[in-house]
Design a protein around this ligand. Structure first.
Ligand SMILES: [Zn+2]
Length: 232
């Protein structure tokens, strides 16, 4: 459900499997930790009690919700509520991370090799040999200008062979061959790539980015830390 509508904060569903404190639901709005994006937190309510969701992970195609106590039963109706403040920050960070990698690549030719999104900060790894603080700050300024253009973020599906023929082919190669139809996220004229994360609908929601720091982790591996500025 989180891919169909990233703005769903509450949802009713049915408990499918229970394994001690590990719960599988019929459908879920909880985003599992994946693709560098931290998982959602929140609560699952049955008629009597609240079960706090401590972590959400993917295991063999199933989404497992780890709750704070036992007691949920199979086939029970439940209400799920996600910690929206946390999720919304992750959505803003995720869309920002796509713009970051597009601009870094355009400005430096460097490829992003990894990223990690938490509510506190965005971490991007890329294969740049000689970055310097001033240049990095400059790139963040360019990115903030892009964000200010209020670009629409759209999602559509594309057959894998179409993706492989396009300039997104490099990104498609890393995905399991069992996936025949890919979900593509397009940010205005800035970025377009296969993606299974939660995104905002318009870059105006991101606000401004602030450069925090960078570190060298090898000749061609640099790690940059950025944070979302608090919105006024
Ligand atoms: Zn993504």
């Amino acid at each position: 459900m989180y891919l169909k509508d990233s703005y769903l904060k509450e949802f009713q569903t049915i408990v499918k499997e229970v394994n001690d404190k590990n719960i599988i639901l019929e459908d879920t709005i909880f985003y599992p930790e994946s693709g560098g994006q931290a998982c959602d937190l929140g609560s699952i309510f049955n008629e009597k009690e609240e079960f706090k969701v401590l972590s959400v992970k993917k295991d063999q195609g199933k989404i497992i919700h780890v709750v704070d106590k036992e007691g949920l039963k199979i086939n029970e109706k439940v209400k799920c509520v996600i910690n929206w403040e946390r999720r919304y920050k992750l959505m803003r960070s995720h869309t920002a991370a796509h713009i970051l990698s597009a601009i870094f690549q355009k400005e430096t030719g460097a490829l992003v090799t990894g990223n990690q999104l938490t509510p506190e900060k965005i971490r991007i790894d890329f294969d740049l040999e000689n970055p310097d603080r001033e240049k990095l700050k400059k790139y963040i300024e360019i990115i903030n200008e892009v964000i200010k253009r209020d670009l629409d973020v759209s999602v559509y599906e594309l057959n894998r062979d179409e993706v492989e023929k396009s300039n997104m082919s490099k990104l498609a190669k890393g995905l399991p061959s069992s996936i025949k139809v890919l979900r593509i996220v397009k940010i205005g004229d800035v970025d377009e790539q296969p993606d299974a994360g939660t995104q905002v609908k318009n870059t105006s929601e991101i606000g401004e980015l602030e450069f925090l720091d960078y570190e060298t982790r090898g000749k061609n591996n640099k790690r940059v830390y950025i944070k979302l500025k608090e919105k006024k």
